[in-house]
Design a protein around this ligand. Structure first.
Ligand code: BGC
Length: 250
């Protein structure tokens, strides 16, 4: 059973067929730069292009960097504001002819990690954070997702900007921070989250998680912190999982 998963990010839109038994990509990943401006129309065209490239029909899962409720996009932090209020599932289902499931990108990555990666069999309170253009958060209680947590937008005490504007991976490269300096910012953020939610485990994902040995050893947050295992495939795998679970009969 293979389902097409698409991960829409601030810089790239990635898609692949996912082997739902193994939780792995069954094909090569297609990556198309996110159009500027990243309007629903322009991004929708790229989604249609990816569906056509795989000659795909069937349930389609899409991870998107926003809070999403009932298939409607509620926020727009790293994408065009025209997305706010957009009925993404309904409109994209019409445009692609597939039954589309929209899910927050970090929740998609988190679902994949919980099912197939570093969170397998983990009870208690687990956070998956994705470190990329922004900071995505995904919260689990005994394996059950609490969706749309949006904790990249927390303000740390004394700060006047969203935490993701100080501690996302994009900031590390834009400000040319050393691994230590960036890890210190991330650590400050994780301490704050720890003091609010008391997680038993924190899983750090996003493409940078493949360099985990450069920053995880610098973290002092007093709970278990491990790198994600599915790396930047998690978003695609999780989007496909969300589509499969939305329509279990397919
Ligand atoms: C968005 C989240 C998203 C995260 C990672 C944040 O700016 O608000 O919805 O999960 O970036 O892409």
């Amino acid at each position: 059973m293979k389902i097409l998963g698409i991960d829409i990010g601030g810089s790239g839109i990635k898609g692949a067929l996912v082997d739902m038994k193994k939780g792995r990509l069954a094909t090569k990943r297609v990556r198309i730069p996110t159009p500027t401006p990243s309007t629903p129309q322009a991004v929708g065209d790229v989604v249609r292009q990816i569906v056509a490239e795989f000659d795909y029909s069937g349930p389609l899962g899409v991870g998107f960097p926003a809070a999403i409720i009932g298939g409607v996009v509620k926020t727009a932090a790293n994408v065009d504001d025209a997305w706010i209020g957009y009925e993404a599932e309904r409109k994209l289902s019409k445009a692609t002819g597939s039954a589309v499931t929209f899910i927050n990108d970090a929740d998609a990555a988190g679902l994949a990690e919980m099912r197939f990666g570093a969170g397998q069999g983990q009870d208690g309170v687990v956070f998956v954070f994705t470190l990329g253009t922004g900071i995505g958060s995904s919260l689990y209680s005994d394996g059950v997702l609490v969706p749309n947590t949006e904790l990249g937008h927390l303000f740390l005490p004394g700060q006047t900007q969203d935490a993701e504007h100080r501690a996302a991976e994009r900031v590390r490269s834009a400000e040319r921070l050393s691994w230590e300096a960036w890890a210190a910012r991330l650590d400050e953020y994780l301490h704050h989250v720890y003091g609010l939610f008391w997680p038993d485990l924190i899983i750090l994902g996003g493409g940078v998680s493949k360099k985990h040995e450069k920053f995880i050893p610098h973290l002092t947050v007093p709970t278990a912190v491990v790198p994600a295992r599915l790396r930047n495939e998690a978003g695609i795998v999780g989007a496909a999982l969300a589509a499969a679970e939305a329509r279990p009969g397919d």
